[in-house]
Design a protein around this ligand. Structure first.
Ligand SMILES: NC(=O)c1ccc[n+]([C@@H]2O[C@H](COP(=O)([O-])OP(=O)(O)OC[C@H]3O[C@@H](n4cnc5c(N)ncnc54)[C@H](OP(=O)(O)O)[C@@H]3O)[C@@H](O)[C@H]2O)c1
Length: 299
């Protein structure tokens, strides 16, 4: 049996990973770590209620389980919260990763860690794994620091960088661009969306699959995971309206300059997927195609 610990098992990726790995219970023994109660809607795995910012508790639980793989999906992910609360951001997004790397080395576990397009400054776009990072926000900087410490650790690790993840959680408590645009248009509300920021959004089931492929292949190093077509956030919203047969005239374009967000966002990200295609033999599709798959899960 392959023992897998998923930190953040209540989160968007965490829940999707549970659903994927628990399809193969004869292969994977799954442990989910999260704060509070188990909100995944599943009982067929070992749930560990834990605050992973408590070093002793985290390390001793991991020492006890001795997992083959640790998938670290827990993070402070709200970009403006990170800007306003740098200490908490550092603790969860950097220091916890350092502890996970230390304990992974001791128990000989392979650590799979999630990072972001926000480590880039958004000038070039269509980023390769080898492109130079230059984060604009504290969130991006914290994720870059976590990458750097893993690279220095010389552990077995995989870093999966991803972009604008969407999907659903069991109790529908967590929103994302697709669910938000759909809800607003269903309520016939006019929305303003930036037309000068570009992304390749990621369906959470693809991201979970990339984690599983990384385990199966024991892939080491950095990989980019996202859909395969670069779109403006305005175009993304229009495609959501089309997929759900909603009125796209309610979507009005605005520029980033008028937004006044706390943390600056990179203008143009998006990933070059050549390395992922070649080394993981993984070929993500377009946002349009992924949206159809996601739509079916909402019926
Ligand atoms: N979502 C995106 O668009 C996006 C884009 C690029 C990269 N990423 C990266 O992808 C990864 C997964 O993102 P996600 O959207 O799945 O995140 P998420 O839905 O916010 O899930 C993170 C989970 O971690 C848990 N957690 C937070 N602090 C914890 C603590 N101290 N102890 C234990 N658990 C804790 C949270 O628990 P509670 O539910 O109790 O708060 C939450 O369930 C993250 O590393 C993120 O940075 C995400």
């Amino acid at each position: 049996m392959i023992k897998v610990v998923i930190t953040g098992s209540n989160g968007l990726l965490g829940q999707s990973l549970l659903n994927l790995l628990l399809q193969e219970k004869e292969k994977y023994k799954v442990f989910g770590f999260s704060r509070g109660e188990n909100r995944s809607g599943r009982e067929d795995f070992t749930y560990v209620k834990i605050d992973i910012t408590e070093e002793k508790k985290l390390k001793s639980k991991l020492q006890e389980i001795k997992a083959n793989f640790i998938i670290n999906t827990a993070a402070m992910t709200q970009v403006d919260d990170c800007e306003n609360n740098k200490e908490n951001c550092d603790l969860l997004n950097v220091t916890v990763v350092k502890w996970l790397a230390e304990v992974s080395k001791e128990i000989n576990a392979h650590l799979i860690h999630l990072s972001t397009d926000f480590i880039f400054d958004g000038v070039k776009g269509n980023y390769k794994e080898t492109d130079v990072a230059n984060p604009l926000s504290y969130y991006g900087l914290s994720k870059l620091k976590s990458e750097e410490l893993l690279i220095k650790s010389k552990n077995d690790f995989t870093i999966l960088r991803t972009i604008l993840v969407y999907g659903k959680v069991f109790d529908m408590s967590r929103s994302n661009i697709v669910l938000w645009v759909k809800q607003m248009l269903e309520d016939k509300k006019e929305i303003t969306i930036v037309d000068d920021q570009y992304r390749t959004p990621t369906y959470v089931e693809d991201l979970a699959l990339a984690c599983k492929i990384s385990m199966d292949k024991k892939a080491k190093g950095i990989y980019h995971i996202a859909s395969n077509t670069l779109l403006s956030v305005f175009e993304i919203s229009q495609q959501i309206a089309e997929a759900f047969n909603l009125d796209k005239s309610l979507i009005k374009p605005i520029s980033t300059a008028t937004l006044n967000q706390t943390a600056p966002r990179p203008v143009k990200t998006g990933f070059d997927l050549s390395k992922t295609n070649k080394e993981l033999n993984f070929y993500p599709k377009s946002f349009k195609e992924d949206l159809q798959k996601f739509k079916e899960t909402l019926i």
